[in-house]
Design a protein around this ligand. Structure first.
Ligand SMILES: Cc1cc2nc3c(=O)[nH]c(=O)nc-3n(C[C@H](O)[C@H](O)[C@H](O)COP(=O)(O)OP(=O)(O)OC[C@H]3O[C@@H](n4cnc5c(N)ncnc54)[C@H](O)[C@@H]3O)c2cc1C
Length: 494
């Protein structure tokens, strides 16, 4: 029988692609129950929660398997710099396998987790039709969150989100491509449409993205074109909320808004997007009036939806999920009734913000809990998050920061932002090249990463035409129909 298979429509699926492979013998009991082998810890996700959990287990007497949908660890906070040509994708996404190469108790498996059997203690992952079943004694789930379009997934075709390397490279192609097409156009209305960039969502991601598009237009591209004046580009940041950067409080939010106005960014608040198409957006203002913004490039930075694995685990354990699909856990980050299943990061409804530090600290806490359990040591007590503060950049030399209640903005905040991000970029090589690229862009006017290929711009749409299984990239995971219409929460702090 011929079936559509990834790679080429109509390709016959080889047997190995559909076989189920048990990677090791099935789990036999609680952690450490079998004296003949070391406890197996499966970690789902190679983001902040998963990677830091795996690394924290390096000295524990366990065998760790990290299963990731991608082969890299993604530093999401700098995705906007990939989209706007400052950094290359490799600098913010080192191979997970390389990061863990010296950790002998860890192996890395590429694949998307499609099932978790809580009774049988197995995780099923799949890639290109090849299915693997991984038995576990302890499970750490850190599958993060994808983009949410408030139930309007069709907006994604015209307004890519900012969740993956694919998203950032597609946006890079769209942003630089809009300037190129404007240069070719002789119709003033079309030029205006091509030179209008709209960012939806005035949280930290939206502010950073709008700021960088403005700097690109006003500084980097200023002298590069002959028919158009890139400094005339219109950058619009809009949000249904009445404030910019809500997690930073009113005062800092207002300062950020003023700074963006000075940069020439139009900040439109109380403006709800009701439709998005190829030519622009329809916006409903606070008074209820509808208006159009004609814009070729739209960026969606408005909300998140937790991994569908949260809902799957909730259905099987009786745990609750909130409207953004985040799962409730016990104070020790375990699934109710399953002390061997630990959940961390963006997919957890803990009342904590969806930021990297929450995932990192949660991952380390879960790893410690696992190590204690397998060594028969008592648990440490509930998870406590240590808030190290929030930061967001607005432009070069300017950021806002809220460190333990001390709120400040400007150059000092920007230097702090630079230092903190450098510390958390994984790998020495990436740190060195990142500093060089920052020097090029922030001290000079250049952007070293302006390449965009046709595949990057059109690839996602082409893949989606191959069928529902390929529609994953826009929401960062397989669709969760039950969650599709839920509300969204923007990352609450930077
Ligand atoms: C554009 C952007 C900017 C941000 N800026 C900041 C910032 O400045 N400061 C800050 O603190 N936070 C920031 N954040 C938030 C921060 O990145 C997240 O809070 C953090 O990444 C959460 O970590 P996590 O491990 O829960 O999820 P993630 O880091 O998203 O990792 C999830 C992992 O799970 C994998 N995965 C998902 N589903 C499956 C599956 N079914 N099978 C296998 N693997 C799967 C993914 O591939 C990924 O490796 C930003 C986020 C974005 C999107």
């Amino acid at each position: 029988m011929l079936r559509i298979a990834p790679g080429r429509p109509g390709r016959e699926v080889p047997r190995w692609e559909t076989e189920v492979i048990m990677t090791t013998s099935p789990a036999t009991g609680p952690a450490g129950a079998s004296p003949s082998r070391r406890p197996r810890v499966v970690v789902i996700g190679s983001g902040f929660g998963g990677l830091f959990a795996a690394k924290a287990l390096r000295r524990a007497p366990v065998d760790v398997t990290v299963i990731g949908k991608t082969g890299h660890h993604l530093f999401q906070p700098l995705l906007y710099q990939v989209a706007t040509g400052i950094l290359s994708e490799g600098e913010i996404a080192p191979a997970t396998r390389e990061v863990l190469r010296h950790q002998e108790n860890a192996r890395v498996v590429l694949g998307e987790v499609t099932d978790i059997d809580l009774a049988g203690r197995t995780v099923t992952s799949s890639i290109l039709g090849r299915t693997l079943v991984h038995p576990y004694d302890e499970l750490i789930v850190a599958a993060g969150a994808g983009q949410s379009y408030f139930g309007n997934d069709h907006f994604a075709e015209f307004a890519p989100g900012m969740k993956s390397i694919d998203d950032a490279l597609e946006l890079r192609g769209r942003i630089f491509g809009a300037f190129e097409l404007a240069e070719l156009s002789t119709d003033p209305a079309e030029r205006d449409r091509l030179l209008t960039f709209v960012v939806v969502g005035a949280g930290p991601t939206g502010v950073e993205m709008a700021g960088q598009i403005a700097e690109l237009a006003h500084r980097t591209l200023r002298r590069d074109f002959r028919s158009i004046d890139p400094t005339q580009a219109r950058v619009v940041l809009l949000d249904a909320a009445p404030q910019v950067l809500p997690p930073f409080g009113e005062k800092l939010g207002e300062r950020a808004r003023r700074h963006m106005n000075e940069m020439g960014i139009e900040v439109q608040l109380g403006a709800m997007v009701t439709d998005v198409d190829a030519d622009g957006l329809t916006v409903k203002d606070a008074g209820g009036e509808l208006r159009r913004i004609s814009a070729a490039t739209k960026v969606w930075a408005a909300g998140v939806q937790a991994s569908p694995l949260g809902r799957l685990l909730a259905d099987r354990s009786g745990a609750e999920v909130d409207r953004a699909g985040r799962i409730s856990v016990l104070p020790d980050l375990t699934l109710p009734g399953h002390p061997e299943v630990h959940l961390v990061g963006d997919m957890v409804a803990s009342g904590l913000p969806g930021v990297a530090q929450v995932a990192i600290q949660g991952g380390r806490y879960a790893a410690d809990a696992v190590a204690r359990r397998v060594q028969g040591r008592p648990p440490r007590g509930p998870f406590r998050y240590r808030d190290k503060g929030n930061m967001a950049t607005i432009s070069r030399f300017s950021a806002v920061a809220d460190i333990k209640g001390a709120k400040f903005e400007g150059f000092l905040a920007w230097v702090l932002w630079l230092a903190v991000h450098l510390v958390y970029i994984v790998g020495f090589k990436s740190r060195v090249t990142t500093v060089l690229h920052w020097a090029v862009s922030f001290l000079g006017r250049g952007r070293s990463q302006r390449v965009a290929t046709q595949q990057q711009v059109y690839g996602r749409l082409a893949l989606e035409r191959l069928g529902p299984g390929f529609a994953a990239s826009k929401t960062g995971g397989p669709k969760d129909p039950a969650a599709a219409a839920t509300d969204v929460t923007e990352r609450e702090s930077a």
